[in-house]
Ligand binder design. Structure first.
Ligand SMILES: [Zn+2]
Ligand SMILES: [Zn+2]
Length: 468
Protein backbone atom coordinates (compact mmCIF):
# COMPACT_ATOMS: atom_id res chain seq x y z
CA UNK A 1 0.00 0.00 0.00
CA UNK A 2 1.14 3.45 -0.83
CA UNK A 3 0.68 4.77 2.67
CA UNK A 4 2.73 1.98 4.15
CA UNK A 5 5.69 2.58 1.92
CA UNK A 6 5.54 6.29 2.61
CA UNK A 7 5.58 5.58 6.29
CA UNK A 8 8.52 3.32 5.85
CA UNK A 9 10.44 5.84 3.80
CA UNK A 10 9.86 8.49 6.36
CA UNK A 11 10.73 6.24 9.19
CA UNK A 12 13.90 5.01 7.59
CA UNK A 13 15.23 8.54 7.52
CA UNK A 14 14.98 8.81 11.29
CA UNK A 15 15.74 5.18 11.99
CA UNK A 16 19.03 5.38 10.07
CA UNK A 17 20.03 8.30 12.16
CA UNK A 18 19.14 6.30 15.24
CA UNK A 19 21.89 3.77 14.67
CA UNK A 20 24.43 5.40 16.93
CA UNK A 21 27.27 3.29 18.32
CA UNK A 22 26.08 2.79 21.86
CA UNK A 23 22.56 1.92 20.84
CA UNK A 24 21.58 -1.70 21.11
CA UNK A 25 19.15 -2.24 18.25
CA UNK A 26 17.69 -5.33 19.89
CA UNK A 27 17.08 -3.84 23.33
CA UNK A 28 13.50 -2.69 22.68
CA UNK A 29 12.53 -5.26 20.13
CA UNK A 30 8.79 -5.37 19.56
CA UNK A 31 7.53 -8.87 20.32
CA UNK A 32 7.02 -10.77 17.07
CA UNK A 33 3.39 -11.50 17.71
CA UNK A 34 2.62 -7.80 17.36
CA UNK A 35 3.74 -7.87 13.78
CA UNK A 36 1.44 -9.38 11.22
CA UNK A 37 3.11 -12.42 9.78
CA UNK A 38 2.72 -11.87 6.07
CA UNK A 39 3.79 -8.30 6.29
CA UNK A 40 6.79 -9.20 8.34
CA UNK A 41 8.01 -11.82 5.89
CA UNK A 42 7.53 -9.67 2.83
CA UNK A 43 9.25 -6.73 4.38
CA UNK A 44 12.04 -8.87 5.74
CA UNK A 45 12.96 -10.18 2.32
CA UNK A 46 12.83 -6.85 0.61
CA UNK A 47 14.24 -4.34 3.02
CA UNK A 48 16.36 -6.22 5.50
CA UNK A 49 18.29 -3.99 7.88
CA UNK A 50 16.63 -0.64 7.42
CA UNK A 51 13.14 -1.89 7.80
CA UNK A 52 14.03 -4.06 10.72
CA UNK A 53 15.40 -1.05 12.54
CA UNK A 54 11.97 0.55 12.32
CA UNK A 55 10.50 -2.23 14.33
CA UNK A 56 13.16 -2.12 16.98
CA UNK A 57 12.16 1.24 18.33
CA UNK A 58 9.20 1.03 20.67
CA UNK A 59 6.70 3.82 21.09
CA UNK A 60 6.87 6.15 24.02
CA UNK A 61 6.62 5.99 26.99
CA UNK A 62 9.08 3.05 26.61
CA UNK A 63 12.57 4.39 27.45
CA UNK A 64 13.84 3.26 24.05
CA UNK A 65 11.23 5.41 22.34
CA UNK A 66 11.99 8.44 24.46
CA UNK A 67 15.73 8.06 23.85
CA UNK A 68 15.13 7.83 20.13
CA UNK A 69 12.96 10.93 20.24
CA UNK A 70 15.77 12.80 21.97
CA UNK A 71 18.37 11.60 19.44
CA UNK A 72 16.36 12.81 16.49
CA UNK A 73 16.13 16.29 18.02
CA UNK A 74 12.63 16.40 19.54
CA UNK A 75 12.16 19.70 21.38
CA UNK A 76 10.95 19.87 24.98
CA UNK A 77 7.45 20.91 23.98
CA UNK A 78 7.06 17.98 21.62
CA UNK A 79 8.76 15.61 24.05
CA UNK A 80 6.25 16.69 26.68
CA UNK A 81 3.50 16.10 24.14
CA UNK A 82 4.51 12.65 22.88
CA UNK A 83 6.27 11.01 25.84
CA UNK A 84 3.04 9.85 27.42
CA UNK A 85 3.97 10.99 30.92
CA UNK A 86 2.14 14.27 31.10
CA UNK A 87 0.54 15.21 34.34
CA UNK A 88 -2.53 17.32 33.75
CA UNK A 89 -1.85 21.01 34.16
CA UNK A 90 1.91 20.86 33.65
CA UNK A 91 3.14 22.94 30.73
CA UNK A 92 4.45 20.81 27.86
CA UNK A 93 7.97 22.18 27.89
CA UNK A 94 8.35 21.54 31.63
CA UNK A 95 7.19 17.96 31.14
CA UNK A 96 9.57 17.58 28.21
CA UNK A 97 12.46 18.97 30.20
CA UNK A 98 11.79 16.47 32.98
CA UNK A 99 11.56 13.57 30.54
CA UNK A 100 14.87 14.61 28.99
CA UNK A 101 16.60 14.86 32.37
CA UNK A 102 15.38 11.42 33.34
CA UNK A 103 16.61 9.95 30.07
CA UNK A 104 20.02 11.58 30.62
CA UNK A 105 20.18 10.08 34.07
CA UNK A 106 19.64 6.66 32.57
CA UNK A 107 22.16 7.26 29.81
CA UNK A 108 24.54 10.19 30.30
CA UNK A 109 25.95 9.61 26.79
CA UNK A 110 22.61 10.35 25.17
CA UNK A 111 22.95 13.18 22.63
CA UNK A 112 21.15 14.64 19.69
CA UNK A 113 22.36 13.08 16.46
CA UNK A 114 24.74 15.07 14.33
CA UNK A 115 23.14 16.91 11.48
CA UNK A 116 19.78 17.38 13.20
CA UNK A 117 18.79 21.00 12.64
CA UNK A 118 15.31 21.18 14.03
CA UNK A 119 12.66 19.30 15.96
CA UNK A 120 11.26 16.73 13.52
CA UNK A 121 7.79 17.11 14.97
CA UNK A 122 7.21 20.84 15.10
CA UNK A 123 10.08 22.12 12.94
CA UNK A 124 10.96 24.39 15.87
CA UNK A 125 7.65 26.23 15.92
CA UNK A 126 7.50 25.91 19.68
CA UNK A 127 10.79 27.75 20.01
CA UNK A 128 9.28 30.67 18.05
CA UNK A 129 6.47 31.19 20.54
CA UNK A 130 7.62 34.68 21.46
CA UNK A 131 7.90 35.81 17.85
CA UNK A 132 4.55 34.26 17.02
CA UNK A 133 2.70 35.76 19.97
CA UNK A 134 4.27 39.19 19.47
CA UNK A 135 3.29 39.21 15.81
CA UNK A 136 -0.25 38.25 16.66
CA UNK A 137 -0.50 40.95 19.31
CA UNK A 138 0.91 43.53 16.89
CA UNK A 139 -1.68 42.53 14.27
CA UNK A 140 -4.57 43.55 16.54
CA UNK A 141 -3.04 46.68 17.97
CA UNK A 142 -5.55 49.50 18.24
CA UNK A 143 -8.51 47.16 17.87
CA UNK A 144 -11.04 46.96 20.67
CA UNK A 145 -12.06 43.35 21.17
CA UNK A 146 -12.15 40.57 23.69
CA UNK A 147 -13.32 37.44 21.88
CA UNK A 148 -10.69 36.02 19.57
CA UNK A 149 -10.41 32.80 17.65
CA UNK A 150 -7.09 31.40 16.52
CA UNK A 151 -6.61 29.48 13.32
CA UNK A 152 -3.28 27.92 12.49
CA UNK A 153 -2.37 26.88 9.00
CA UNK A 154 0.25 24.21 8.40
CA UNK A 155 1.60 22.95 5.11
CA UNK A 156 0.04 19.62 4.20
CA UNK A 157 3.47 18.02 4.00
CA UNK A 158 4.30 19.05 7.54
CA UNK A 159 1.00 17.76 8.93
CA UNK A 160 1.40 14.45 7.11
CA UNK A 161 5.02 13.96 8.20
CA UNK A 162 4.22 14.81 11.80
CA UNK A 163 1.29 12.42 11.86
CA UNK A 164 3.41 9.56 10.55
CA UNK A 165 6.14 10.26 13.04
CA UNK A 166 3.69 10.58 15.90
CA UNK A 167 1.84 7.40 14.91
CA UNK A 168 5.09 5.48 15.05
CA UNK A 169 6.94 6.99 17.97
CA UNK A 170 4.55 8.90 20.20
CA UNK A 171 2.68 7.40 23.14
CA UNK A 172 -0.90 6.42 22.43
CA UNK A 173 -3.22 9.37 22.85
CA UNK A 174 -0.56 12.04 22.32
CA UNK A 175 -2.08 15.35 21.31
CA UNK A 176 -1.78 16.46 17.71
CA UNK A 177 0.67 19.22 16.84
CA UNK A 178 -1.96 21.71 15.73
CA UNK A 179 -4.03 21.50 18.91
CA UNK A 180 -0.95 21.68 21.13
CA UNK A 181 0.61 24.60 19.31
CA UNK A 182 -2.70 26.43 19.30
CA UNK A 183 -3.10 25.91 23.04
CA UNK A 184 0.42 27.11 23.84
CA UNK A 185 0.19 30.12 21.52
CA UNK A 186 -3.10 31.08 23.12
CA UNK A 187 -1.79 30.84 26.66
CA UNK A 188 1.38 32.75 25.72
CA UNK A 189 -0.73 35.56 24.28
CA UNK A 190 -3.10 35.50 27.26
CA UNK A 191 -0.15 36.12 29.56
CA UNK A 192 0.75 39.25 27.59
CA UNK A 193 -2.80 40.39 26.81
CA UNK A 194 -5.01 39.64 29.79
CA UNK A 195 -8.21 40.99 28.19
CA UNK A 196 -8.23 38.40 25.45
CA UNK A 197 -10.83 35.66 25.59
CA UNK A 198 -10.34 32.67 23.28
CA UNK A 199 -13.50 31.35 21.71
CA UNK A 200 -14.44 28.64 19.23
CA UNK A 201 -17.26 30.53 17.56
CA UNK A 202 -18.47 34.07 16.94
CA UNK A 203 -15.12 35.75 17.53
CA UNK A 204 -14.71 39.49 17.24
CA UNK A 205 -11.29 38.94 15.76
CA UNK A 206 -10.27 35.93 13.73
CA UNK A 207 -6.51 35.48 13.84
CA UNK A 208 -4.92 33.30 11.19
CA UNK A 209 -1.35 32.25 11.66
CA UNK A 210 0.66 30.58 8.91
CA UNK A 211 3.39 28.28 10.18
CA UNK A 212 5.26 28.33 6.90
CA UNK A 213 5.74 32.10 6.66
CA UNK A 214 5.09 32.95 10.34
CA UNK A 215 2.68 35.50 8.84
CA UNK A 216 -0.37 36.68 10.75
CA UNK A 217 -3.67 37.85 9.33
CA UNK A 218 -6.14 39.39 11.76
CA UNK A 219 -9.68 39.62 10.46
CA UNK A 220 -11.72 42.02 12.57
CA UNK A 221 -15.25 40.71 12.29
CA UNK A 222 -18.06 43.04 11.33
CA UNK A 223 -20.21 44.70 13.93
CA UNK A 224 -23.96 44.40 13.42
CA UNK A 225 -26.37 46.99 14.77
CA UNK A 226 -30.14 46.63 14.67
CA UNK A 227 -32.54 49.55 14.57
CA UNK A 228 -35.65 50.93 12.89
CA UNK A 229 -35.75 53.87 10.53
CA UNK A 230 -38.54 56.24 9.80
CA UNK A 231 -38.26 57.89 6.41
CA UNK A 232 -39.75 61.36 6.64
CA UNK A 233 -38.97 62.66 3.16
CA UNK A 234 -39.61 61.38 -0.34
CA UNK A 235 -36.82 61.04 -2.87
CA UNK A 236 -34.39 59.18 -0.63
CA UNK A 237 -33.40 55.69 -1.81
CA UNK A 238 -32.77 53.02 0.78
CA UNK A 239 -29.27 52.11 -0.29
CA UNK A 240 -26.51 53.99 -2.06
CA UNK A 241 -27.25 54.23 -5.72
CA UNK A 242 -24.36 54.88 -8.10
CA UNK A 243 -24.82 57.72 -10.58
CA UNK A 244 -26.43 56.48 -13.81
CA UNK A 245 -24.12 58.56 -15.97
CA UNK A 246 -20.73 57.69 -14.49
CA UNK A 247 -21.70 54.61 -12.48
CA UNK A 248 -19.91 56.11 -9.54
CA UNK A 249 -16.46 55.67 -11.08
CA UNK A 250 -13.45 57.96 -10.97
CA UNK A 251 -14.72 60.48 -8.48
CA UNK A 252 -18.07 61.12 -10.14
CA UNK A 253 -19.09 63.33 -13.03
CA UNK A 254 -20.83 66.63 -13.78
CA UNK A 255 -24.36 65.26 -13.47
CA UNK A 256 -23.74 63.88 -9.98
CA UNK A 257 -21.58 66.84 -8.96
CA UNK A 258 -18.66 64.57 -8.27
CA UNK A 259 -20.45 62.47 -5.69
CA UNK A 260 -20.73 59.37 -7.84
CA UNK A 261 -24.25 58.99 -6.45
CA UNK A 262 -27.57 59.33 -8.23
CA UNK A 263 -29.04 60.93 -5.11
CA UNK A 264 -27.19 63.04 -2.57
CA UNK A 265 -28.48 60.93 0.32
CA UNK A 266 -29.64 57.41 0.98
CA UNK A 267 -30.92 55.84 4.16
CA UNK A 268 -27.77 53.74 4.10
CA UNK A 269 -25.48 56.76 3.95
CA UNK A 270 -27.47 58.70 6.54
CA UNK A 271 -27.49 55.79 8.98
CA UNK A 272 -24.17 54.12 8.32
CA UNK A 273 -21.75 56.97 7.75
CA UNK A 274 -22.01 58.31 11.30
CA UNK A 275 -21.75 54.71 12.53
CA UNK A 276 -18.62 54.04 10.48
CA UNK A 277 -17.07 57.15 11.96
CA UNK A 278 -18.23 56.24 15.46
CA UNK A 279 -16.57 52.82 15.52
CA UNK A 280 -13.82 53.65 13.04
CA UNK A 281 -14.88 50.97 10.57
CA UNK A 282 -13.68 50.46 7.00
CA UNK A 283 -17.02 50.27 5.23
CA UNK A 284 -20.66 49.34 5.69
CA UNK A 285 -23.56 47.34 4.32
CA UNK A 286 -27.24 47.98 4.93
CA UNK A 287 -29.86 45.25 5.33
CA UNK A 288 -33.47 46.39 5.49
CA UNK A 289 -36.59 44.35 6.17
CA UNK A 290 -37.76 44.96 2.64
CA UNK A 291 -37.69 48.43 1.16
CA UNK A 292 -40.08 51.16 0.09
CA UNK A 293 -39.94 52.89 -3.26
CA UNK A 294 -37.85 56.03 -3.43
CA UNK A 295 -40.96 58.25 -3.46
CA UNK A 296 -42.59 56.48 -0.52
CA UNK A 297 -42.19 57.58 3.08
CA UNK A 298 -41.97 55.09 5.92
CA UNK A 299 -43.63 56.19 9.14
CA UNK A 300 -45.06 54.56 12.26
CA UNK A 301 -42.54 52.59 14.27
CA UNK A 302 -40.27 52.50 11.25
CA UNK A 303 -38.66 49.77 9.19
CA UNK A 304 -36.28 47.31 10.89
CA UNK A 305 -32.74 47.21 9.55
CA UNK A 306 -29.35 45.82 10.44
CA UNK A 307 -26.29 47.93 9.69
CA UNK A 308 -23.11 45.95 9.09
CA UNK A 309 -19.92 47.82 9.96
CA UNK A 310 -16.84 46.16 8.55
CA UNK A 311 -13.51 45.99 10.40
CA UNK A 312 -14.50 48.26 13.29
CA UNK A 313 -11.69 49.42 15.63
CA UNK A 314 -14.23 50.04 18.39
CA UNK A 315 -17.00 47.82 19.64
CA UNK A 316 -18.36 49.49 22.74
CA UNK A 317 -21.10 51.92 21.77
CA UNK A 318 -23.07 54.63 23.50
CA UNK A 319 -26.30 53.95 21.61
CA UNK A 320 -28.04 57.06 22.85
CA UNK A 321 -25.22 59.27 21.65
CA UNK A 322 -24.99 57.48 18.32
CA UNK A 323 -28.75 57.75 17.77
CA UNK A 324 -28.66 61.48 18.51
CA UNK A 325 -25.73 62.00 16.14
CA UNK A 326 -27.51 60.22 13.30
CA UNK A 327 -30.87 61.89 13.86
CA UNK A 328 -29.30 65.31 14.09
CA UNK A 329 -27.37 65.04 10.83
CA UNK A 330 -30.29 63.37 9.00
CA UNK A 331 -32.83 65.87 10.30
CA UNK A 332 -36.11 65.98 8.30
CA UNK A 333 -34.95 63.11 6.09
CA UNK A 334 -34.90 60.13 8.39
CA UNK A 335 -35.02 59.28 12.05
CA UNK A 336 -33.81 56.11 13.72
CA UNK A 337 -34.70 54.44 17.00
CA UNK A 338 -34.22 51.24 18.99
CA UNK A 339 -30.51 50.80 18.22
CA UNK A 340 -28.94 47.71 19.76
CA UNK A 341 -26.32 45.05 19.02
CA UNK A 342 -27.24 42.47 16.46
CA UNK A 343 -25.54 39.66 14.55
CA UNK A 344 -25.29 38.06 11.14
CA UNK A 345 -28.07 35.59 11.93
CA UNK A 346 -30.47 38.47 12.46
CA UNK A 347 -29.66 39.79 8.99
CA UNK A 348 -31.06 36.56 7.59
CA UNK A 349 -34.04 36.80 9.91
CA UNK A 350 -35.05 40.31 8.90
CA UNK A 351 -34.48 39.51 5.22
CA UNK A 352 -36.78 36.51 5.46
CA UNK A 353 -39.48 38.06 7.61
CA UNK A 354 -42.71 38.47 5.71
CA UNK A 355 -44.26 41.33 7.62
CA UNK A 356 -47.70 42.67 6.89
CA UNK A 357 -47.67 46.38 6.19
CA UNK A 358 -50.12 49.20 6.51
CA UNK A 359 -50.12 52.02 3.99
CA UNK A 360 -51.79 55.32 3.42
CA UNK A 361 -52.37 55.88 -0.26
CA UNK A 362 -53.80 58.93 -2.05
CA UNK A 363 -54.93 59.01 -5.65
CA UNK A 364 -56.93 61.06 -8.07
CA UNK A 365 -59.62 60.02 -10.54
CA UNK A 366 -62.47 61.35 -12.64
CA UNK A 367 -65.78 59.99 -11.38
CA UNK A 368 -69.43 60.85 -10.96
CA UNK A 369 -70.14 58.65 -7.96
CA UNK A 370 -71.42 59.70 -4.55
CA UNK A 371 -68.99 59.65 -1.63
CA UNK A 372 -70.91 56.78 -0.06
CA UNK A 373 -70.76 54.75 -3.24
CA UNK A 374 -66.99 55.35 -3.54
CA UNK A 375 -66.44 54.31 0.06
CA UNK A 376 -68.57 51.21 -0.37
CA UNK A 377 -66.79 50.11 -3.54
CA UNK A 378 -63.30 50.65 -2.11
CA UNK A 379 -64.18 48.88 1.14
CA UNK A 380 -65.42 45.93 -0.89
CA UNK A 381 -61.77 45.13 -1.64
CA UNK A 382 -61.07 44.52 2.05
CA UNK A 383 -60.31 40.83 2.63
CA UNK A 384 -59.95 40.05 -1.07
CA UNK A 385 -57.07 38.15 -2.59
CA UNK A 386 -55.39 40.07 -5.41
CA UNK A 387 -53.88 38.46 -8.45
CA UNK A 388 -50.93 40.61 -9.37
CA UNK A 389 -48.97 40.08 -12.53
CA UNK A 390 -45.43 41.46 -12.17
CA UNK A 391 -45.83 45.22 -12.69
CA UNK A 392 -44.47 46.76 -15.85
CA UNK A 393 -42.29 49.13 -13.81
CA UNK A 394 -40.28 46.25 -12.32
CA UNK A 395 -40.63 43.76 -15.18
CA UNK A 396 -37.04 44.44 -16.31
CA UNK A 397 -35.63 42.97 -13.09
CA UNK A 398 -38.27 40.50 -11.90
CA UNK A 399 -39.66 37.34 -13.43
CA UNK A 400 -43.04 37.79 -15.07
CA UNK A 401 -45.55 35.83 -13.00
CA UNK A 402 -48.81 36.19 -11.20
CA UNK A 403 -48.72 36.32 -7.40
CA UNK A 404 -51.60 36.21 -5.02
CA UNK A 405 -51.62 38.68 -2.14
CA UNK A 406 -54.33 39.32 0.39
CA UNK A 407 -55.73 42.72 1.30
CA UNK A 408 -56.11 42.29 5.04
CA UNK A 409 -58.18 45.39 5.67
CA UNK A 410 -59.12 48.80 4.31
CA UNK A 411 -60.24 51.70 6.45
CA UNK A 412 -60.39 55.45 6.77
CA UNK A 413 -61.55 56.26 3.23
CA UNK A 414 -61.51 60.05 2.73
CA UNK A 415 -62.88 61.76 -0.32
CA UNK A 416 -62.17 65.35 -1.40
CA UNK A 417 -63.78 65.75 -4.83
CA UNK A 418 -61.55 63.79 -7.17
CA UNK A 419 -58.79 63.11 -4.64
CA UNK A 420 -59.30 60.02 -2.52
CA UNK A 421 -57.22 58.62 0.31
CA UNK A 422 -57.48 55.41 2.36
CA UNK A 423 -55.49 53.18 4.69
CA UNK A 424 -54.82 49.61 3.68
CA UNK A 425 -53.14 46.73 5.45
CA UNK A 426 -51.88 43.94 3.26
CA UNK A 427 -49.70 40.92 3.02
CA UNK A 428 -45.95 41.25 2.53
CA UNK A 429 -45.03 41.65 -1.12
CA UNK A 430 -48.25 43.33 -2.26
CA UNK A 431 -47.81 45.91 -5.01
CA UNK A 432 -49.87 48.66 -3.42
CA UNK A 433 -49.74 51.28 -6.19
CA UNK A 434 -50.97 48.59 -8.57
CA UNK A 435 -53.81 47.77 -6.19
CA UNK A 436 -55.05 51.30 -6.95
CA UNK A 437 -54.30 51.90 -10.63
CA UNK A 438 -54.41 48.21 -11.69
CA UNK A 439 -51.36 48.47 -13.98
CA UNK A 440 -53.55 48.28 -17.07
CA UNK A 441 -55.52 45.41 -15.68
CA UNK A 442 -52.52 43.34 -14.58
CA UNK A 443 -53.69 43.56 -10.94
CA UNK A 444 -57.13 42.13 -10.23
CA UNK A 445 -59.33 43.27 -8.61
CA UNK A 446 -58.26 46.90 -8.14
CA UNK A 447 -59.60 50.27 -7.05
CA UNK A 448 -59.64 51.38 -10.69
CA UNK A 449 -61.77 48.35 -11.58
CA UNK A 450 -64.34 48.81 -8.79
CA UNK A 451 -64.62 52.55 -9.47
CA UNK A 452 -64.68 51.88 -13.23
CA UNK A 453 -62.27 54.72 -13.94
CA UNK A 454 -58.56 55.46 -14.30
CA UNK A 455 -56.79 56.19 -11.02
CA UNK A 456 -53.51 58.01 -10.59
CA UNK A 457 -51.51 57.55 -7.41
CA UNK A 458 -50.49 60.84 -5.83
CA UNK A 459 -48.66 59.62 -2.76
CA UNK A 460 -47.96 56.55 -0.76
CA UNK A 461 -46.68 56.19 2.79
CA UNK A 462 -45.82 53.07 4.71
CA UNK A 463 -47.88 53.68 7.82
CA UNK A 464 -46.46 50.77 9.76
CA UNK A 465 -44.57 47.52 9.36
CA UNK A 466 -46.08 44.82 11.54
CA UNK A 467 -42.80 43.10 12.15
CA UNK A 468 -43.10 41.78 15.68
ZN1 LIG B 1 9.00 20.30 18.63
ZN1 LIG C 1 -21.83 60.76 -11.99
Amino acid sequence: MATDSEEDDDWTKYADAGYASSYDPWADMVPADEIEDDEFEDDFDEFEDNDLSVREIPRCPAPGGIEHAIRIGTCNHCLGRIAGVRIAGDPLDIVGDRVRSQALERDPELTVNEGVDCCPFCEDLFSDLDIISNRIIASVEGVEFSKAQLGIHFSKAHVAAEEVLRATLAATGSRPLKASLSEVVQSTISEKLSTIQWVKERPEVMILFDTLTLGVNADVRALFLYGRYRKLARGVPQTRWPCRACRGRDGGCESCEGTGQQYPNSIQSLVCEPMVEFVNANSDAFHGMGREDIDVRCLGEGRPFVAELKSPRLRSIDFEKLTKTINKSAKDLIEIQGLRFSNRAEVARIKETKAEKSYTIRFSCEHSLSDDEISKRILSLSGQVLEQQTPQRVAHRRADKIRKRKVISIENVQIEDNEIEFDVRCESGTYVKELVHSDEGRTNPSVAAVLETDCEVILLDVKDIHAD
